[in-house]
Design a protein around this ligand. Structure first.
Ligand SMILES: Nc1ncnc2c1ncn2[C@@H]1O[C@H](COP(=O)(O)OP(=O)(O)OP(=O)(O)O)[C@@H](O)[C@H]1O
Ligand SMILES: [Mg+2]
Length: 254
């Protein structure tokens, strides 16, 4: 699967992204997990230690490297001008653990700059390159729809919209769907998160139709408290994530 994971702020994008990455890695697939949020959290959701996360070189550095090594000048063409295989080059910017390669956008370091246009452009270039690889790619999107609007993730083969049965979360799904359609980023599938009752899944299915709800993750107190895959709730979460992953795989294969 090569998917962007989107949804309202705090809905569980990073949790689900991390869960999918861990599950794929357990299956012997070697996913790329891409944290497109400048407020980096995916590494923590994966449960990786601070020292390891500190070793991630942010995409902002990669942009500088690309600019230095570019021959054509245009950032979009820069990668093609480099001699090492692109995936190897990109891998230099990732940290790898247990079969997962994690890459991060990096925080905005220039105070007041605020604009992430260059980072977004670099991210878009990298995702266009990575998509050629025979590997799973999970892009943990930032909560706002800015990335989507900029088409950062258009190279992916689909989008997973995470929601719960609340009006704001469901409204976000509607907006995401419209943007994804404009960008021709299809299919869009829906994952229900923090589900506390079966009826919530039915409600979500009704609200998001004709988008399919391809999976449901229960509310797990241990996940909120301790993080992904730890604690006794880990096994139940893993089962739900596994079912979600299989459903995403088949939705993308259709
Ligand atoms: N299924 C779940 N059960 C219980 N808690 C959950 C579940 N999914 C996510 N959470 C908790 O909800 C909070 C938000 O989750 P997460 O950080 O994954 O959301 P997000 O959409 O990535 O947020 P942001 O928009 O800030 O990036 C976290 O505390 C997380 O542990
Ligand atoms: Mg997040």
């Amino acid at each position: 699967m090569k998917v962007a994971i989107a949804g309202k702020g705090g809905i569980g994008k990073s949790t689900i992204c991390a869960g999918l990455a861990l599950w794929l890695a357990e299956q012997g697939r070697q996913p790329w997990a891409v944290d497109a949020d400048p407020n980096t959290t995916l590494g923590y959701a994966l449960g990786w230690p601070e020292e390891l996360l500190a070793a991630i070189r942010p995409l902002s550095e990669m942009r500088d490297m690309l600019a230095r090594r570019a021959t054509g000048g245009a950032e979009g063409r820069a990668l093609f001008a480099l001699s090492p295989p692109v995936a190897d080059l990109i891998a230099d910017y990732a940290v790898e653990r247990d079969g997962i390669k994690l890459m991060a956008m990096g925080t905005v370091t220039e105070g007041g700059a605020g604009c992430l246009c260059p980072e977004n452009a670099t991210l878009k270039t990298i995702l266009r390159e990575l998509v050629e690889e025979d590997a799973d790619i999970l892009v943990d999107m930032v909560a706002g729809l800015e990335h989507l609007g900029r088409g950062t993730a258009t190279a992916m083969n689909g989008l997973v919209a995470v929601t719960e049965a609340t009006a704001p979360a469901l409204r976000s799904v509607g907006r995401i769907q419209r943007l994804a359609e404009d960008l021709k980023l299809q299919p869009v599938v829906v994952a229900a998160n923090r589900v506390r009752a079966e009826s919530e899944i039915d409600q979500i299915a009704q609200e998001v139709a004709p988008l399919p709800v391809v999976g449901a993750i229960s509310y797990h107190e241990a996940i909120r408290a301790e993080g992904v895959f730890s604690g006794p709730a880990g096994a139940a979460f893993r089962r739900e994530i596994g079912a979600l992953a299989e459903a995403i795989d088949s939705a993308l294969a259709e």
